[in-house]
Design a protein around this ligand. Structure first.
Ligand code: GTP
Ligand code: SPV
Ligand code: MN
Length: 604
């Protein structure tokens, strides 16, 4: 068994609560070693080399992908496990109808049984981290304990972590306790597997005590606890209590040819286009997009009443398939610059990586995500549909200069969008904040490979937050209404988009990707009062001439179909909205019920 030298060093902190908690977890889980992560380059080199030696990582060709690694997970550990995700509030009612719930005491007992001895034969890593800039007035600190070196190095990419955070913790700063174990202890002499995990999985949140406990999975959203667990589920509760919003949103900076700047935040469900929109290459001349974040936005009201957004993360954990030089060249550049961990993509014979969409023509031979030999004739995808790259944001060639500003950026527009083959038009402008909140509250989307379970099933996904709400969905929607009411006329304008509508042959009606810049342009011109629109029962849509279609090569019939608001389809949608609101129950805000009534009246 390897003994980590760093474990010999004394704990580099005088934080009493932290020391007490680490000692308690050590006593419960009984690891062989304890390592306090410092976030250094030396640590990256040491842990990645260890992962190569253990057979978890394959080092990629240094020229193609410097200091980068390929790994494949256990085939049963490839995505978030929503059916194993729990909000353990004291009262079941506070978790709401959309979350799984267990009483905190009961869940703690279940988990303690699982954690007992769970780290035997492994090293326990202590990872101090901060979500959002460390220089914030109220930095959101956390400490993750994990028995996975893969998780420890991934946290180095995804979060501000290590010695500087330990320093910020001082001797008594509050922090979120985030405990993670893959649940795979090793008996003396037992050989490890490349991707340890456990069939039993629990992803648990304790909103009242701001704690996270995760067991059995090594996959991203289940295991990198700063991301969905802290920055959405726990932070949504912090935001409710402190008057701000923690959202599943990208943040981008849009600059017009005249130099007008607008910051846009957009919420789309998992694998529905946030990373791609965040890094979009506009096809319309003179417009630029720069990136601030691709997955999570924390939006706080500023002194001027506007909402200021900060991205709590430091890296991109992006969907690989579909990412290529034509769709998302900036993501390709980001991940090619190195320090990237690829999970469940395919490996080329030359020590590079490949996935569907990386190039038009696949290589003649690959090692697929099962570790099997693959050729284009194999007939199965070489990369898992939810395969991911984990890469430092700072490497993004179009990073906006404001990306690390603790003050955040003032948001002009919020986009909600889903993946719908029918019914939902390309773009709609809401009539008001309450109407925009209604559009977000009734957002629907086809499920994707980002979570386990069936793919392609339409479900309601309010604000793309269904899997990430830390409390009752009705209270959350009321919080949205309250935040907007406080912002008043300074509130962002809300739009609703759908890049995924399809024609009778199954073809996408709208080309998407860089062409989505045309929709961004229309939205900011609506805000500036220079683009025209026409009222429909659903909201305002572009008039024929107001959407810039210059140089766009698209069948006019497809375009018309993409933009169409079909009253019949929407009348059919009404009972589904009614059903969804019934699920929310009596905590559904009255203002949203009124919006549904108004919609029914407008549809006639
Ligand atoms: P998460 O990281 O899971 O939260 O996903 P995301 O919302 O960031 O989605 P991402 O941008 O990674 O896109 C997911 C998939 O949708 C990829 O395969 C993309 O190629 C595809 N996609 C993104 N934007 C568009 C678009 O405008 N049109 C079409 N047709 N596909 C798109
Ligand atoms: C998502 O599923 O929305 C992701 C990936 O962004 S994960 O971090 O695994 O949740
Ligand atoms: Mn996401």
């Amino acid at each position: 068994m390897t003994t980590d030298l760093a474990a010999r060093a004394p704990a580099p902190t005088e934080h009493g609560e932290l020391l007490r908690w680490v000692a308690e977890v050590v006593a419960l889980t009984r690891p062989d070693d304890v390592v306090w992560c410092d976030g250094s380059r030396a640590e990256w080199d040491r842990l990645t080399t260890q992962l190569v030696d253990a057979g978890t990582f394959v080092r990629l060709d240094e020229k193609a992908k410097p200091s980068s690694f390929w790994c494949v997970s256990d085939p049963a550990d490839v995505a978030r496990v929503e059916d194993r995700t729990f909000i353990c509030s004291e009262l079941e009612l506070d978790a709401g109808p959309t979350n799984h719930w267990m009483h905190p005491a009961e869940m703690t007992a279940v988990l303690d049984d699982l954690y007992r001895g769970a780290m035997v034969g492994r090293t326990l890593y202590v990872v101090p981290f901060c979500m959002g800039p460390l220089g914030a007035a109220d930095p959101k600190l956390g400490v993750q304990i994990t028995d996975s070196a893969y998780v420890a190095v991934s946290m180095q990419v995804m979060t501000r972590m290590g010695a500087r955070v330990l320093k910020a913790l001082g001797s008594d700063a509050p922090f979120v306790k985030a405990l993670h174990s893959v649940g795979a202890p090793l008996a003396p002499g037992q050989a490890d597997v490349a991707w340890p995990c456990n069939e039993t999985k629990f992803i648990c949140h304790f909103p009242e005590t701001r704690e996270i406990r995760s067991y059995g999975s090594g996959y991203g959203g289940n295991a990198l606890l700063g991301k969905k667990c802290f920055s959405l589920r726990i932070a949504s509760v912090m935001g409710r209590d402190e008057g701000w919003l923690a959202e599943h949103m990208l943040i981008l900076k849009l600059t017009s040819p005249a130099g007008a700047v607008h910051f846009v935040a957009a919420a789309f469900p998992s694998a529905c286009g946030k990373t791609n929109l965040a890094m979009l290459s506009p096809t319309i001349p003179g417009w630029t997009v720069q990136t601030l974040g691709d997955d999570i936005a924390w939006m706080r009201p500023g002194a001027d009443g506007r909402l200021y957004a900060v991205n709590p993360e430091l890296g991109f954990f992006g969907v690989a398939p579909g990412t290529g030089p034509h769709t998302n060249p900036h993501a390709m550049t980001t991940l090619e610059r190195g320090h990237t961990i690829f999970t469940n993509v395919a490996l080329t014979d030359g020590g590079d990586v490949w996935w569907e969409g990386a190039t038009d023509v696949p290589p003649a031979h690959l090692t697929d995500w099962h570790g099997q030999s693959w050729t284009p004739e194999t007939g199965t995808p070489a990369a898992h549909p939810n395969s991911r790259y984990c890469t430092p944001m700072a490497q993004c060639p179009i990073l906006a200069p404001e990306w690390d500003d603790p003050a955040g950026v003032p948001i002009s527009a919020i986009f909600f969008g889903g993946r719908r083959r029918s019914t939902v038009p390309l773009v709609l402008e809401s009539r008001s904040w309450a109407h925009g909140t209604f559009l977000g509250a009734t957002l629907s989307s086809e499920t994707t490979a980002a979570a386990t379970g069936a793919v392609g099933v339409v479900r309601r996904d309010p604000m793309a937050m269904l899997p990430f709400l830390g409390y009752h969905v009705g209270d959350y929607l009321q919080h949205w209404l309250d935040v907007g009411a406080r912002a008043g006329s300074a509130a962002p304008k809300i739009f609703y988009v759908n890049w995924f509508r399809r024609g009778p042959e199954g073809q996408f009606l709208w080309p998407g990707f860089g062409e989505n810049s045309r929709v961004l342009k229309w939205a900011v011109e609506r805000i500036e009062g220079t683009a025209s629109g026409v009222q429909t029962p659903l909201g305002v849509v572009p008039t024929p001439g107001s959407l810039d279609l210059d140089g766009l090569d698209v069948d006019p019939a497809d375009l018309a179909a993409a933009l169409a608001v079909d009253r019949e389809q929407w009348r059919d949608e009404l009972p589904l909205l009614e059903e969804w609101f019934a699920t929310i129950g009596d905590r559904l805000p009255g203002a949203l019920r009124d919006e549904l009534t108004d919609l029914r009246v407008r549809l006639g």
